[in-house]
Design a protein around this ligand. Structure first.
Ligand code: GDP
Ligand code: 5AD
Length: 560
């Protein structure tokens, strides 16, 4: 059990147990045992062998639980709160708004991120019966919540991070779309909840009514609204869009409304539900001959699902309502990281049909094995309590209403030392780092450097790659190397989306992914991306245009 030097730094800064003076009093190995012991504590006596199995997959970095698990579970001075993802309800009353804010503070303190769908809130300017005054509206409420995020530092692990969704027919949608263009609301990601009815109105070039509580406030051109969204995303990376009818279409427990996600969009949840995450490290699942090790993948997934499922019972919840909702459906979010590492090891390009096929195979296999394990756990320990109201009833017994989620894996990937975060392509094969202390120096992707050495690429050529930040079209780089080593900005937006669509097929929750665009991309390109996302069955999409003014919660590659 050993971490790289950088991995050790992440572990010590974020996860290691510390004493009252802030000194580190735990090794990585001890932390692995802390997690494994706690997860195995809910097993019957004859099943305590699981402690060893958990520590073996986690210690070898085959399976990496997400941040709140490392930061909280089994620690004497922290709540044992494993969830990264929460969704809370806000109702249209002052009482509820402040109640939810208080609930949010409890969740933030325990290390989770929160999403809200604000479509229940009356729009700015609407009448408030009790005071005969005017409602301050959705954007004002988001400002309040955003300001409050700064209050909670979450035991030094991370600050508050939120998702705000507003449905596309809400009368305040125009202000909402523009809400982050002035650089504010930095603790929020925002997304427009797009309905199928809106997509139809858009296609037919119709007027689109903005409605609250049955009253139509005004009608706007669907096309103009669509353009407004892409213009805002062009300027500041927000809002993203989320296809809320699709969330409901795949809702495993259809009676519970499902119109919201956690901050980075990967986990649709009903109000009150929380979800814990963990990732399979695909960089460890490829044999030296470039083939996937499906046996290792199967056994790792089985152990990982059992680990996550156990923690639902070992957990301490920030609120009784969250405990009740979470235990009713027992959703877990097993995902992957190092997808691009695995593709490189297999000699496949991220932006090729073969690369997508391989990514699809791996994800599909993870999903199959996860569902199989969930079925076995149901036989052993019982189905999730809401199973009789679920789409699986009566034939398909399961322990968990949902199993697969692709998270950004910002911190845990840095600890494990993969090059590609979650399902993202590597950021860049090399770049020049400017530091005050050491001056300028070149930083290379280790996988890239290895491959270049094999091909006898010279130091001069490597220096040129670092200067350009890419190995595409650099003379002296063999074509075969250039084909495989494309960074996020070298990959065409349509190839980003095609990969997201392929992976989403095998993910019953959702996928966190950024569609990178060059700084020269126009708002029309963003509209095309959105349409492609809709046609290919994505649950949501977020674009990031190089150099745009994105002020947002730090996850994924932002943390590098
Ligand atoms: P990791 O486990 O730290 O690598 O987490 P990810 O980057 O995969 O993020 C997974 C989820 O954790 C996000 O979608 C959020 O719900 C939550 N999350 C991530 N970063 C933050 C943060 O800085 N603050 C809070 N409150 N939640 C976060
Ligand atoms: N909707 C969904 N996800 C978002 N992210 C950022 N903004 C949004 C949004 N509005 C996610 C990206 C990436 C991470 C940094 O945050 O998809 O995975």
């Amino acid at each position: 059990m050993r971490l790289s030097d950088n991995g050790q730094k992440v572990f010590e800064a974020r996860y290691a147990q510390k004493n009252e003076n802030g000194e580190i009093i735990e090794t990585f190995e001890q932390a692995v045992f802390r997690l494994s012991r706690t997860a195995a504590s809910v097993e019957d006596e004859e099943n305590k062998v699981w402690e060893e199995k958990f520590s073996s997959v986690i210690g070898d970095l085959l399976f990496i639980p997400s941040t709140p698990i490392w930061a909280n579970i089994g620690k004497p001075d922290r709540p044992w709160q494993p969830g990264a993802c929460f969704v809370l309800a806000v109702e249209d009353s002052l009482d509820s708004m402040y109640q939810t804010l208080k609930e949010t503070a409890a969740v933030f303190k325990s290390g989770g991120g929160v999403g809200y769908n604000f479509s229940t809130i009356r729009p700015k300017g609407a009448l408030v019966q009790s005071t005969k005054g005017k409602a301050s509206g959705v954007v004002e409420l988001i400002k309040l919540y955003d300001a409050s995020s700064n209050m909670v530092m979450q035991g030094g692990v991370r600050r508050g991070a939120s998702m705000g969704i507003l449905n596309v027919d809400h009368p305040e949608i125009i202000d909402f779309i523009k809400a982050k263009m002035d650089g504010s609301l930095t603790n929020f990601n925002i997304s427009v909840g797009i309905t199928d009815a809106f997509m139809e109105a858009l296609e037919n070039g119709e007027e689109w009514p903005l409605v609250f509580n049955g009253d139509t406030y005004e009608s706007v051109s669907a096309i103009e609204l669509w353009q407004l969204i892409s213009n805002a995303a062009h300027a500041c990376g927000d809002p993203g869009i989320i296809f809320i009818d699709r969330l409901q279409q795949y809702n495993p427990v259809p009676g519970n409304p499902l119109d919201c996600t956690n901050p980075c969009g990967e986990q649709p949840l009903s109000p009150g539900e929380s979800c814990l995450l963990g990732s399979i490290n695909l960089a460890k699942m490829i044999n030296p001959d470039g083939q996937a090790n499906f046996d290792l993948l199967a056994s790792t997934v089985g152990t990982a699902i059992r680990f996550l499922d156990n923690l639902i019972d070992a957990a301490q919840y920030p609120l009784p309502l969250i405990e009740e909702s979470t235990k009713a459906t027992r959703k877990v979010g097993l995902g992957l990281t190092g997808l691009h590492d695995a593709l490189i090891m297999a000699g496949l390009a991220y932006d090729s049909a073969e690369g997508r096929e391989f990514a699809g195979q791996l994800t599909q296999y993870i999903q199959q094995q996860a569902h199989e394990t969930s079925r076995e756990l149901a036989k052993e320990k019982g189905c999730f309590p809401a199973w009789e109201e679920s789409i699986f009833y009566p034939d398909d017994t399961r322990r968990n209403a949902a199993c697969i989620t692709i998270a950004p894996t910002g911190s845990v990937t840095a600890m494990a030392g993969c090059e590609g975060y979650g399902m993202e392509p590597i950021f860049a094969v090399a770049y020049t780092k400017n530091t005050n202390v050491a001056g300028d120096f070149e930083v290379f992707s280790p996988l890239f450097l290895d491959e270049c050495k094999k091909h006898g690429v010279t130091e001069e050529v490597l220096a040129e790659v670092a200067r350009q930040g890419t190995c595409q079209n650099v003379s002296g780089i063999p074509e075969d190397v250039a084909r495989i080593f494309k960074g996020a900005q070298d990959i065409d937006n349509t190839d980003h989306i095609l990969m997201q669509a392929e992976v989403q097929k095998y993910v019953e929750n959702a996928v966190s992914k950024t569609i990178n665009l060059p700084s020269t991309a126009t708002p029309e390109v963003i509209e095309e991306c959105y349409l492609m996302a809709y046609r290919l069955g994505l649950k949501g999409i977020t674009v990031f245009r190089d150099g745009c003014k994105k002020g947002t919660v730090t996850v994924g590659k932002d943390k590098k």
